[in-house]
Design a binder for this molecule. Structure first.
Ligand code: ADP
Ligand code: MG
Length: 247
């Protein structure tokens, strides 16, 4: 991948609470991801990981708490502006199925970034080339493998020139042999200096790439520390039990 200079920002969540009816899904989450660093969020299914991530680009509005980007509160900012600064990649790619690969990247650049048709196409082709898919521009997503579709989704997010990227189980829907390529691409983004917040079940990736790991359970961050601390010296019984199941 060609290295492009990036502007990255820190992200901070302060005392974030989210409930769905009587179900308290986030019960006061505090988390800071320093600029140009990677934090992986691990934890059992239903612990609130996706909800936490969705709060960072306000696909989910918290009931209470604050969200800071680069030290400034964006909890009341225009969500569309926030989403230009915070890109997100989903488990199921979320591409437009009836549009070409190129258009999947061009359309948001036109509508959100207001780029001309020519500038949007040029930027989209550059991003596609970066993820090794220059030749797939005219195809529909369904003609691509899952790994290639996820690369398109990553290229689409990168085309917006985000300061932070969120990944929600980006490799969970992929065939096993396609997982490594996407994890390598994510590691490259970390190496480029983007700020990454990554929900993952890939403990090898968390150990190798993350600067910090946060373990969630029951809507709270139970432990937070360096990968060595979290994986080699887990202090809570809940984390010890979780690791014994996944490692
Ligand atoms: P995880 O990503 O860790 O598996 P989620 O954040 O997806 O956890 O979900 C946490 C809990 O919140 C789960 O019990 C889930 O069923 C519930 N939940 C998530 N989204 C909604 C929603 N929109 N409405 C109601 N309940 C939800
Ligand atoms: Mg989830």
């Amino acid at each position: 991948m060609t290295t492009t200079a990036v502007r990255s920002s820190s992200v901070e969540l302060r005392d974030i609470h989210v409930s769905f009816g009587t179900l308290e899904v986030l019960r006061g989450v505090d988390l800071k991801v320093p600029s140009a660093s990677t934090t992986c969020v691990i934890g059992p299914s239903g612990s609130g990981k996706s909800t936490l991530l969705r709060c960072v680009n306000r696909l989910q509005e918290p009931d209470r708490g604050d969200l800071l980007l680069d030290g400034e509160s964006v909890i009341k900012a225009d969500p569309d502006v926030l989403r230009q600064r915070v890109g997100m990649v989903f488990q199921h790619f979320n591409l437009f199925p009836h549009r070409t690969v190129l258009d999947n990247i061009v359309l948001p650049l036109r509508s959100v970034r207001k780029l001309s048709k020519e500038d949007a196409a040029e930027r989209a082709r550059t991003r596609l080339a970066e993820v090794g898919l220059a030749d797939k521009a005219p195809y529909r997503p369904a003609a691509l493998s899952g790994g290639q579709q996820q690369r398109v989704a990553i290229a689409r997010a990168l085309a917006m020139e985000p300061e932070v990227m969120l990944f929600d189980e980006a490799t969970s829907a992929l065939d096993p042999e396609l997982v490594k390529g996407i994890l390598d691409l994510m590691a490259e983004l970390a190496g480029r200096g983007l700020t990454l917040l990554v929900v993952t079940h890939e403990m090898g990736f968390a150990r190798r790439v993350a600067d910090e790991v946060a373990f969630m359970d029951g809507g709270r961050i139970v432990e937070h520390g360096t990968p060595d601390r979290i994986f080699d010296e887990p202090s809570s019984p809940r984390l010890q039990q979780f690791l014994s199941q996944v490692l």
